[in-house]
Design a protein around this ligand. Structure first.
Ligand code: SF4
Length: 248
């Protein structure tokens, strides 16, 4: 049965997770070890690692939800959080784009057609968004107020067009209260962010790429530069389309 938690209930449950729940980093470490010992080629290791580590973030959240007896009320087609600024590293953007290149022709072409319109229709908002400093604490609200959708959001279905490779910010923001709070507020106070999981995910993906780099494997990532270069996801998509993704 659907249950909308009150803000204070959410805070109490999160407090309990904070105090008593222990995250086992072994889940993330095992994914890295298994891939590095596998027979997969280097590109497969990177793409598989990216997807598996992100899926492990989902798994860890589910374990915490089960521990604290709460279920998110986010539902398919509710995409208010897809209007927040999504900031990712050039390394993640490159892996995401490589993954999209491996989608079926039909799926890929739908994304590329959507981008044709997106970058025309949203050019004014994008210009404003790109002028905002991602590190400024005021940016989140100002960006959300632009009402600029993520370039991966299908405008008809309101579903993510790259769901299985959506980055970590899209996975760690969940609403356990009435979904209406997301519809009515740019920055609702109720949704919970599992940002503390970033450390485990980033530690593991960095270790994976670093080992491949130190082993002299041919990788499509400029390591470590790409791991430390951050921008908005729509900015990376634009650079990828223009063929300037590698330019500093
Ligand atoms: S990548 Fe997908 S889930 Fe994330 S903001 Fe964009 S459309 Fe939404």
């Amino acid at each position: 049965m659907t249950r909308f938690l009150k803000h204070q209930e959410i805070l109490n449950k999160c407090e309990r997770i904070n105090q008593d729940y222990e995250i086992d980093p072994g889940f993330f470490d095992r994914i890295v070890d298994d891939l590095l010992n596998s027979e997969l080629d280097t590109e497969e290791v990177i793409l598989e690692g990216f997807q598996s580590l992100l899926a492990e973030v989902d798994n860890e959240i589910e374990r915490m939800e089960s521990y604290s007896d709460m279920k998110p009320n986010c539902f398919k087609g509710c995409a208010f959080c897809c209007y927040f600024p999504i900031v990712v590293s050039r390394m993640e953007a490159k892996i995401m784009f490589r993954s999209i290149e491996q989608f079926s022709e039909e799926r890929k072409n739908a994304i590329f057609r959507h981008w044709e319109n997106y970058y025309k229709d949203q050019s004014g908002k994008l210009e404003k968004a790109f002028s905002m400093d991602p590190e400024d604490p005021q940016t989140k609200l100002a960006y959300k107020q632009l009402n600029l959708p993520c370039p991966m959001l299908d405008p008809e279905t309101q579903l993510c067009m790259a769901y299985e490779v959506r980055p970590i910010p899209c996975r760690t923001y969940l609403n356990y209260s009435d979904p209406q709070v997301c519809a009515e507020n740019h920055m609702p106070k109720e949704p919970f962010s599992y940002e503390f999981l970033y450390t485990y995910y980033f530690g593991a993906i960095n270790e994976l790429i670093q080992v491949l780099y130190e082993n002299g494997e041919e990788i499509f990532i400029d390591y470590p530069m790409d791991a430390w270069s951050y921008d908005y996801l729509p900015a990376w998509v634009l650079k990828w389309r223009e063929g300037t993704l590698n330019e500093i």
